[in-house]
Design a protein around this ligand. Structure first.
Ligand code: SF4
Length: 332
């Protein structure tokens, strides 16, 4: 068994607001090994981006605080690192790609200035060497005429090309872990497919671990090895990407699967998940998905389910699978 590159244990990130405590992440566990891609899926407010921000040490405090858990990266707990140490890790060891590259690229500087600066912050290279590396990286991510394009400003690139620049910047210091937060959401479908292809290619070439945060199960099908579905700050289901499509068990997962548009000869209405995600300050008693769940039972209103093993590398937080989990415990 390979040693995990990153191991997140019982992570709890809460926000202490005047209106109450928002339990944005409330007991997240997962691990990821070199070269693996983990998809974290869920609606807005499910806690997926806050999980990523917690790993990167970017939770605004106050009002945010990691109240419990461990984030072990290469065996060291990132929660014990000082901000100065985290600055060295961010960008060098763990890099991030966001949904909108314009929020990460500075519009008043050329791509060259931004890339060269990033490379020189983390690597001991001269300006000339850093520029050569930037050209190499732009070429790697498929930007034509990279030497020339380096001199241009972010607004002179199309959306897809800007995202390629962001990926080039993210991988410029050979990070071991790349966190991509909805990296293709702002792009049209053709460009989205190209960027996902680029992620796959980069990962193969660099053997990076990747956390892909998305609300889109189509992205999971394209690039992920494993997937964690999150709901109301907690993992609802964890398994490998193939299993989630063929044997997804949690009613929230099946709801997400049913809401994917399908190409069929007949017109079909999309089946949306009824209701809205809960207010994280006032979670219902029992299972937090109960008010929206078509399979909810009496017990679901009082018992908060735990994550249970229902198969090899398959865990579900749902009372429907209690028996399956106990059978599994008896046979293993
Ligand atoms: Fe639905 Fe009950 Fe399972 Fe929650 S525990 S997902 S309410 S069946």
């Amino acid at each position: 068994m390979t040693t995990p590159l990153l191991e997140v244990r019982n992570l709890r990130t809460h926000f202490f607001t005047k209106a109450g405590v928002v339990k944005a992440v409330d007991g997240v566990d997962f691990q990821i090994s070199p070269g693996e891609t983990l998809g974290i899926v869920g609606e807005s407010g499910s806690g997926k981006s806050i999980t990523a921000m917690s790993i990167l040490g970017l939770i605004p405090s106050p009002p945010g605080k990691i109240v419990d858990g461990e984030i072990l990266f290469k065996g060291e707990n990132l929660l014990h690192k000082k901000e100065k140490e985290m600055r060295k890790i961010r960008g060098k060891e763990i890099a991030m790609v966001f949904q909108d590259p314009m929020t990460s690229l500075n519009p008043v500087f050329t791509v060259e200035k931004q890339m060269v600066e990033t490379i020189m912050t983390h690597e001991s290279l001269t300006k000339k060497q850093a520029r050569a590396r930037a050209v190499e990286l732009l070429q790697l991510v498929g930007i034509p005429d990279p030497s020339q394009r380096l001199r241009t400003y972010p607004h002179e690139f199309s959306g897809g090309m800007r995202q390629r620049v962001m990926i080039a910047m993210a991988i410029s210091c050979n990070p071991s872990l790349l966190i991509a937060d909805e990296p293709t959401t702002a792009l049209d479908v053709t460009i989205q497919a190209q960027i996902l292809e680029l992620f796959k290619q980069m990962q193969k070439e660099l053997n990076m671990a990747t956390i892909m945060i998305t609300h889109d199960l189509g992205v999971v099908a394209e690039v992920c090895d494993e997937v964690m579905v999150m709901y109301a700050g907690k993992p609802a289901e964890f398994t490998n990407a193939k299993e989630i499509f063929t044997n997804g068990k949690h009613p929230y997962t099946t709801g997400l699967l049913h809401s994917i548009p399908k190409i069929t000869p007949e017109k079909q209405k999309l089946k949306a998940i009824a209701g809205q995600p809960p207010d994280l300050r006032h979670l219902p008693q029992g299972c937090s998905f109960a008010p929206r769940c078509s399979k909810a039972m009496e017990r679901c209103l009082t018992v908060d389910p735990e994550m249970r093993q229902v198969g090899e590398n398959h865990q579900v937080r749902c009372l429907l699978y209690e028996d399956e989990a106990s059978k599994k415990a008896v046979t293993t």
